[in-house]
Design a protein around this ligand. Sequence first.
Ligand code: SF4
Length: 394
Amino acid sequence: MDLLNTLVDKGLRRELPTRAEALAVLATSDDDLLDVVAAAGKVRRHWFGRRVKLNYLVNLKSGLCPEDCSYCSQRLGSKADILKYTWLKPDDASKAAAAGVAGGAKRVCLVASGRGPTDRDVDRVAGTIKAIKDQNEGVEVCACLGLLSDGQADRLREAGADAYNHNLNTSESTYGDITTTHTYADRVDTVQKAHAAGLSACSGLIAGMGETDEDLVDVVFSLRDLDPDSVPVNFLIPMEGTPLAQEWHLTPQRCLRILAMVRFVCPDVEVRIAGGREVHLRTMQPLALNLANSIFLGDYLTSEGQAGHADLEMIADAGFEVEGAGEVTLPQHRASAGGCGSHEEACGGCDSHEGAGVCGSAPAATPAPQVDEVRRDLVSVRRRGAGTDLAPNA
Ligand code: SF4
């Protein structure tokens, strides 16, 4: 297929596809899907070999958020029966992090619900970062605490944070449909603050919220403009008790096309499969490793993932290898360009928590596919790990 040959060539040269090319990837047929995966897989292997980076989420503070992100089980007014707790003590957070590191994670993502941290919260997280780094030599730490005020990114950097995550989530034009308590511009501003402070920026998206193909391409092009080191791709987990509980639009095939499109647009960036991997990719997860070079190990913020050992077995069975602590994730041109030097991106955002670009020849807006295969049987609220007396999944 000419399209795929063109996209592979561009990916190997780090050249931005046109919007029309990105849209065409999303519009490919199931008959062409393996060709799409093989093509994007060439780009993935060129920049990241067969390595898979493991990241581990620690939810420092769960639920009771004053913001109204409609995809989020921790939002204002959420009826989701999730764990709710205030800030974990540094030692408890460090114990949870250690479980992930022992399971093979090289990055720990410290996430807290809320609009953004107070300066006191930043001090608190600084203590947690110190405890984790003291007890887990060489571990990378990413903070994900919401919108940052002036100076907070610098303070997190000084406290030892390597990266900061804040997702754009969806296109600028539809952002107001999913959240009213803050703006898309607020989110961009926080990613830029993290960048400016020398933190490795991590910013990604959530697919499956009823968006169009154009929205998906818009947000991925916008992410590319922001130049994050890592891009987490969340697939909406429509949690009962949230406004998007009925939004079941994803198939494994669509998830693969979305990951392939992200890989072509962000060829040398750590692309991470984030929340919703098990729910929406299901038995196609191993195929997705040909597209993404990073996953979360174990559980998510408010939902449970598959067992950590199943993640490891999947990686080995698919012919990939877990990236070691001494290996540099990003290609050399990116790893040496600033950020946190030897590592890359960050975590998945507050749970399943624009792009410049070229070419204006995109077709007219395409309605999002209406699949509506409801798989609530695959959604489990997290009942173990941080905030409980039960051992974490790692
Ligand atoms: S995504 Fe983050 S800011 Fe939004 S409601 Fe959830 S916890 Fe709050």
